[in-house]
Ligand binder design. Structure first.
Ligand SMILES: [Zn+2]
Length: 280
């Protein structure tokens, strides 16, 4: 009997300790949550003024894909990470070379020889540890693009070749997710936002890949201009604010400091999106 009583007493003591342990853990979690909320309200203060907690939550719940961690990718990844996007997946199969460093600002001198996605992840996690950075050291092809993009809800085109861009374009059409296109050449750049079934797709705009002989000249600052506009478009899309570059191409002429706008129209005979007659 006394043994039974002591067993009951023991079990009550264990249960009591377990309850206390659970309360302590709940308290720790609550303090961590409060700390995180304080960090967020401070870190995002200047953008919370614009779109509030609700908007910030939308960014935090977003899963996006950035194709390329080169010139355009470096600048867009920095701004997307700083803005507090929840999950960013990056694909790039290249390693950092000395000749990249005039424009690919995510990579530093000591990164030469390192996989670009690893170099990118290291920097982005230091910038904002809250953002989940997923990396794939793979080149984008017609065969693997759907898997690489996965469950991402939008694609940022930060590529340097049309073969990969066409694969991204088809993937965006299949998954019915937007493709934020950007490209640079020297002091010039172009940006448009492709919304499947609503706007001209990349193939409607460029039925054939633009021909370019030799190495593409690029000024780093041009990547900054183009990527910044792409990121503005992404944020507007996620926040449902403003008007997007739908059926419009912005053309940045950095040498003369001019921006032109070109109207786009879906091609009814487009081999990728099948076109339509509701274009602008
Ligand atoms: Zn099309």
């Amino acid at each position: 009997m006394s043994r039974c009583r002591s067993a009951v007493a023991m079990s009550e003591q264990v249960a009591g300790e377990w309850c206390v342990g659970r309360e302590v853990k709940a308290g720790v979690r609550e303090r961590e949550r409060e700390k995180m909320e304080r960090m967020r309200s401070e870190r995002y203060r200047r953008q919370l003024i614009l779109f509030g907690e609700e908007g910030q939550k939308r960014l935090r719940s977003a899963k996006i894909f950035v194709a390329g961690a080169g010139g355009l990718g470096s600048a867009s990844l920095l701004y997307l990470t700083a803005a507090g996007i929840g999950r960013i997946r990056i694909a790039d199969c290249d390693t950092v070379e000395e000749s990249n460093l005039n424009r690919q600002i995510l990579h530093f001198h000591e990164d030469i020889g390192k996989q670009k996605v690893i170099s990118a992840k290291e920097k982005l996690e230091r910038l904002n540890p809250e953002v989940d950075i997923e990396i794939l050291a793979e080149s984008i092809t017609e065969e693997n693009v759907d898997t690489i993009v996965g469950d991402s809800e939008l694609i940022v085109d930060a590529m340097d070749n049309f073969q990969a861009r066409y694969a991204l374009n088809k993937c965006a059409i299949r998954k019915k997710i937007p493709l934020f296109h950007g490209a640079v050449y020297g002091f010039e750049g172009q940006i448009t936002t492709i919304i499947p079934e609503r706007t001209a797709c990349l193939r409607c705009i460029f039925p054939k890949a633009p021909s370019g002989a030799g190495e593409t000249p690029v000024v780093g600052a041009t990547c900054g201009v183009v990527a910044s506009i792409q990121v503005s478009e992404v944020l507007k899309y996620l926040l449902r604010r403003g008007s997007l570059l739908e059926n419009r191409m912005l053309w940045w002429d950095g040498l003369n400091a001019r921006i032109e706008e070109i109207s786009l129209r879906r091609n009814p005979k487009c081999e990728d999106c099948g076109g339509g007659d509701e274009g602008v």
